[in-house]
Design a protein around this ligand. Sequence first.
Ligand code: UDP
Length: 480
Amino acid sequence: QTTKPKKHVAVLSNPGMGHIIPLFELAKRLVVFNHDIHVSFLVINTDEDNSAARDQYLFSTALPPSLDVVNIPPVKVSDVVRDDMLILTRICVIVEESLKSLKLVLIELGKPEALVIDLFCTGAFEICSELSIPVYSFSTPSTAFLTFSLYFPTLDREVEGEFIDLPEPISIPGCSPVRPDDLLDQVRDRKNEQYKWFFLHMSRLPLAAGILVNTWEDFEPVPLKAIREHSFFLQLPTPPVYPVGPLIKQDEPLSSSDEECLTWLDNQPADSVLFIALGSGGTLTTEQLLEMAWGLEMSKQKFIWVLRKPDDADASSTFFNVGSDVNDPNSYLPEGFLEKTRGVGLVVKSWATQVAILRHQSTGGFLSHCGWNSTMESITHGVPIIAWPLYAEQKMNAAILTEEIMVAMKPVKGPGETVVKREEISRVVRLLMESEEGEIIRSRVKKLRDSARIAVDNGGSSYNSLSCLVEKWKNESSKP
Ligand code: UDP
């Protein structure tokens, strides 16, 4: 008796850690979820890769059977990247160069039955159409961001001048309007190259056979309904959406500083510790870091702070060297801070195993830049948020979390101030950690945690959505 060959699906991420993580978790979930599926996870490499956190995550744990990590031939960064390129442009030119090898890679892999791509890898559509491989997009940010992106080509056509100068919030069919102040960085300057890249990739979204989203039905019902009910494009129908989340990092190897954090957390009361981390790339300015330090000290709350060297020019300065930045907190923390907070707070250099900390019962708050993975991880572990958006679409996420889903509080800058002052930081930290208002938010997040678990469990909405997709892949074959 011959066994049926497994269906082969390839998954392709852009090089950003916040994209690799949910796509890799999707790859893992697929092979565990259905034993008839084999996944090749394609990794875009460069000759300048220097990310300890990425290598640790992708290459140092045992993979489930039927999942292979496949390196695409590396891109020579100096061939395509210029120093003045902003983050999305850098990502897009590296991806574009890397995709020159994609056709051969897919042929060598024996032509997978489907390819799942990141939002910024849409160059794969043309290559895969030559190979008759259906391509699915995976939107790693929120569904609210996805609706904005789907509608973006229309906005581009209709809006005159800069979006950020609009006097009113921007209307998206069936969704909450977006305040110009909360717009993502990529659309704030129409003359910048990253605007053109964003436009290009978003206008290709209707070419996808389907769009997977890292969310679940009960968490973002309004934008999901909007995508299903409204036609966002003039000539092309919106592809079907598959909410398959929350897909979050599972167990990871712990470093010695992680072990130290977890042991320290073991000795703290439940929900008493604030965790502070700003994603893979986030950094504060020198002045803001100073205010943050003294604000935390003033709040008298327990904390674990993932610290990076401040950067006055770029709020995403560790994006391309995640977990490998040169970092000596003694050289930039204010004098006396470590002594004054000894026993009350822990500082961790560069990178911590965030999910393990959020999962710990002593963690009761998360000061986060509101990247979508961090948001999913916080909610899945029932931890309320202090929103500290920095770049990309994080301001949009912060607005949703504070005003719509109401699981976050947001400190504000005083009039004319360039940083959030220590008094305000201390006020919001105490409000979240010790007030009745904080307790209300905490119990709201805990309800959402339960709803997230139900969604991904056997028979839940995200589980069913993924099953539906897998069945589709099993029933359709690209091979002649
Ligand atoms: N992360 C981590 N340790 C850190 C900082 C970040 O494990 O010290 C992980 C975090 O758990 C999340 C990802 O990095 O999975 C960051 O993704 P997110 O979408 O939140 O933000 P981005 O890095 O894309 O800005």
